[in-house]
Design a protein around this ligand. Structure first.
Ligand code: SER
Length: 606
């Protein structure tokens, strides 16, 4: 089954049969969320709605969300971990609950192809549920629903019974995105990825979450009905929600009868090409890493809020991915520029669904080429330097590369620390990473470390200060258009409780007078005590009423449009304050360039 075909089957099942509305993927690089660099789960952009806000598309939503995780980069190359991945998700916002969620999931997995389902072998499926603790009891409802579908509680099963229900503790069956926020018990669906004739399988010697990993989790149904408060207590949410997440790459593998995505139409063309070009042996791990990292790079650069390689935040993650791919190309003896051809294959494969990639194709390929060209100038020399270091250490029988030397590889040859660590492992060495950080700090470029703390998933920040700054951003956006012209549009936005940062297209530096004028306009609107209101409308209506904002990433039928009095009208997910009077005094702290034709403003409220 092809990539697009599987995605469409899933979306159509929930749209046609279960009356969901398709909402399209949110950007991979979250807007206005200082707590994380990338979207890590399908529900992440939906947090405000899971907490009770009305979603403009209603109470049943479905999409395939672009996600990226960098916490297990070391695992990339195995059968199931990818840096970039798609998460298929269907949501009920206080609408249907456990019964429909469980029934529909199972039907989609094992139902007939001619009915738009996947027709997976039911013998291979088992499930887990929440076993309960002193605060939340065992999920007997989920158990009962699975029993009605023919599943057997593990404790009640006879030897040889398949399709078991395994109750597990919170560690496995309580889902949360972060320490606080929406959460709840879940039921996870697992797929047996081994030989049906294996006696251990027939005698129930394997179980989900055991060390063998022959049962792979494919789909999670979270019964998201609680909010974890900052004091650790649980409160019930206004709505009982369903939040599901199915790993696209995993399901694509199993539907195609193989046990990893590298053997499916998603990766196979790229891997076959690399196998043909390389004359080396033992290249499997490298070609998997190359294809995984280049696909992720395409999505980072091609995102609505895409970035190019740099030494900070998402740009640094991108740089690491590209350089690691380049190093592995070097290792298997394939020309670096092959990376560009591979990226082009991925763009082609995904353009029908992720249409943002089409317009950014040239940019993606050019940036990739430049980054690799630049890196290739030092990669060879850096590898030689590494071997020199290794030989010197060998002579002294030292097995740890000192931080200073790892820093030299970074600073002089552009080797990200992770790459040096990987090279070290390949050569039975390790790296003094603390020493590296020290050397790094000593050189006063803190950007990489700043990014390091933010790889994990987190909640959108909706503190009072951030909310105020968000409303101020709308005022700023309109004021910039009033002063500089209607060509001004948002290129990026990032808000922390301390400041707002707004990127917009404009080709020259703003003059002092222009900056003062913008501040004056914003402060005048604050003084006018304008009310903020939100209307739900179609994208066309929003456009014709003159709303501004990012239209490109809105595939949804209905969107939220926030109005600030009669001054500003902008597409946005909120949250906002009620009246501009709450904002205080607006001040621009900095105006600078941030790329060709793009300016950046940092501003605060005093
Ligand atoms: N939030 C859950 C997950 O990420 C289900 O979507 O697994």
């Amino acid at each position: 089954m092809e990539v697009s075909q599987l995605r469409r089957l899933y979306l159509d099942f929930f749209i046609k049969k279960c009356k969901h509305t398709e909402i399209g993927s949110s950007p991979l690089l979250p807007e206005n969320d200082p707590t994380c660099l990338f979207n890590t789960a399908g529900m992440q952009p939906l947090v405000p709605y899971l907490l009770g806000a009305a979603h403009p598309c209603g109470t049943r939503l479905v999409n395939s969300q672009k996600c990226l995780r960098t916490d297990d980069l070391d695992e990339v190359g195995d059968d199931t971990h990818h840096t970039f991945f798609e998460m298929l998700g269907n949501w009920s916002l206080g609408d249907y609950f456990k019964e429909e969620a469980i029934k529909w999931s199972y039907e989609f997995l094992v139902g007939k192809r001619e009915d738009g389902c996947l027709e997976l072998d039911p013998r291979r499926i088992c499930v887990t549920v929440y076993e309960g603790d002193e605060t939340v009891e065992r999920d007997n409802k989920a158990i009962q629903l699975w029993q009605e579908l023919g599943f057997i509680l593990n404790s009640e099963a006879k030897p040889g019974d398949l399709n078991r229900i395994y109750p597990y503790p919170a560690e496995h069956n309580w889902w949360k995105l972060a320490e606080t926020g929406p959460c709840g018990p879940d039921t996870e669906i697992f797929y047996y990825n081994g030989d049906l004739e294996d006696p251990k399988f027939k005698n129930n010697k394997y179980a989900p979450n055991d060390e063998t990993d022959v049962y792979v989790e494919i789909w999670n149904n979270v019964f998201m009905m609680y909010n974890r408060e900052s004091d650790g207590s649980l409160t019930e949410l206004t709505n009982k929600n369903i939040d599901t997440g199915m790993g696209f790459e995993r399901i694509l593998s199993f539907v195609n009868g193989v046990n990893n995505a590298y053997q499916t139409p998603l990766f196979k063309p790229v891997l076959d090409r690399l196998r043909e070009l390389s004359s080396k042996t033992e290249i499997e791990n490298s070609i998997r890493i190359i294809s995984d990292h280049l696909r992720a790079s395409v999505f980072i650069m091609g995102d609505q809020f895409g970035v190019t390689p740099s030494n900070t935040d998402q740009g640094y993650v991108l740089r690491k991915l590209i350089r690691r791919a380049a190093r592995h190309l070097h290792k298997i003896g394939v020309d670096y520029m092959e990376a560009v051809a591979i990226a082009d294959i991925f763009i082609g494969m995904y353009s029908d669904h992720y249409t943002e990639l089409v317009g950014k194709k040239d940019l993606i390929l050019t940036e990739l080429k430049q980054e690799i060209e630049q890196f290739s100038l030092t990669l060879d020399k850096g590898c030689k330097e590494f071997m020199k270091i290794k030989n010197e250490l060998d002579q002294k029988a030292i097995q740890i590369i000192p931080g200073e030397l790892a820093f030299k590889l970074y600073d002089t040859y552009g080797f990200p620390l992770e790459m040096t660590e990987e090279l070290a492992t390949e050569n039975n060495l390790s790296v003094d990473s603390e020493g590296f950080e020290k050397a790094y700090k000593a050189h006063q470029d803190l950007s990489r470390t700043a990014a390091a703390g933010r790889f994990k998933g987190g909640l959108a920040d909706d503190s009072e200060e951030s909310t105020k700054l968000h409303t101020a951003t709308h005022l700023l956006h309109q004021a910039l258009r009033d002063v500089l012209g209607d060509h001004v549009g948002q290129k990026g936005s990032n808000i922390t409780p301390e400041r707002l940062r707004f990127d917009f297209n404009h080709s020259e530096a703003m003059t002092k007078e222009q900056i003062a004028q913008v501040e004056e306009i914003v402060n005048a609107q604050i003084e006018r005590d304008l009310q903020i209101s939100c209307d739900v409308m179609s994208v066309d209506e929003a456009k014709s009423q003159g709303a501004i904002g990012l239209f490109e990433d809105k595939y949804a039928e209905k969107i939220n449009v926030y109005k600030i009095g009669n001054f500003s009208m902008e597409i946005c997910g909120g949250p906002h304050v009620q009246s501009t009077k709450e904002l205080g005094h607006f001040k621009i702290k900095k105006e600078q360039s941030c790329g060709k034709g793009v300016r950046r403003i940092k501003a605060i409220l005093q």
